[in-house]
Design a protein around this ligand. Structure first.
Ligand code: ADP
Length: 269
């Protein structure tokens, strides 16, 4: 059996997805990017193949993507994360939702991608200058509030009443603002909800730059946070589709492209 890998080397996490000949997802693995992107990507790939009892020689084509994509020297090809995201999103939502507008929040950037009816990227907007509106912002908040990032949603849904306004547009100043809110005896739940709504407002502005179309879809690690999803849906006034594994869809798209490239090259020979 032949297998194809998509390796997404993000600023925060390395995501690897493996597909078979039919482009079915057979497995995936996520690890921290840390300081040695290349080594950790190699280790993660080896560990995934081991877990699935797949021989390295059966992995016949690899496409890398993401921030550190050029560092993965063994890749047969590398592609932009916008393209990989678009392909992975459509495949992850097939039969469940139309995908016309992708919201992707990563560790250090956020993007809005607009697709046409055939899935081609027609426009995109990106925020990569400022941590506000990214996973980093959520990580900083969680650390300050002494909670795990995967528990933010529980706090969000426990908050009652109007979410606290977080006015700072910079993550560093927002941290000081949160310290002030804690000092004024505000609950962690209300602060978390306020943070989610402040990110949601920024994301809605970003999405408006490419145009909000029906078929809204959200992925990247922070899409695992249902509290943030709730805040974005309320701010945008529309339902948003979240795939089963939102953090790995860009690597899944790269894996699908690996299978396509291999098939295409072999046909041409
Ligand atoms: P990148 O591709 O830029 O490395 P990811 O899409 O992997 O970024 O997202 C990383 C971010 O996802 C982290 O900074 C963190 O805030 C968030 N995240 C990761 N796992 C979870 C989880 N289980 N629940 C909520 N948020 C999460």
């Amino acid at each position: 059996m032949n297998y194809y890998a998509g390796i997404d080397i993000g600023s925060t996490a390395i995501k690897i997805a493996l597909v078979d000949e039919n482009r079915e997802l057979v497995g995936h693995k996520i690890s921290a990017s840390g300081s040695m992107f290349y080594k950790y990507a190699q280790d993660t790939l080896k560990a995934l193949l081991n877990e699935l009892s797949i021989d390295e020689k059966d992995l016949i084509y690899t496409v890398s993507t993401g921030y550190g994509r050029k560092l993965f020297k063994e890749a047969d090809e590398n592609i932009s994360e916008i393209t990989a995201n678009a392909i992975g999103a459509r495949a992850a939502a097939v039969g469940k939702s139309d995908v016309k507008t992708i919201i992707n929040i990563g560790g250090q950037d956020s993007k809005a991608i607009s697709l046409d009816n055939d899935g081609n990227v027609v426009n995109f907007a990106m925020n990569d200058r400022c941590a506000a509106g990214t996973g980093k912002f959520l990580d900083v908040v969680a650390l300050k509030l002494e909670i795990d990032v995967d528990k933010l949603s529980e706090h969000h849904f426990r908050s009652e009443g109007t979410p606290l306004p977080i006015n700072s547009t910079c993550a560093v100043f927002a941290e000081s603002e949160i310290i002030g809110l804690l000092g004024n005896d505000n609950s962690v739940d209300d602060i978390v909800a306020g943070v989610h709504y402040s990110i949601a407002k920024r994301i809605v502005k970003l999405v408006k730059r490419v145009g909000i179309k029906e078929g809204l879809y959200f992925d990247g690690g922070p899409a695992l946070n249902s509290g943030l999803v709730n805040a974005i849906e309320n701010e945008i006034g529309k339902e948003i589709f979240i795939p089963e594994f939102p953090q790995i869809t860009t690597s899944y798209g790269a894996a699908i492209l690996a299978q396509e490239s291999y098939a295409y090259e072999n046909k041409a020979v």
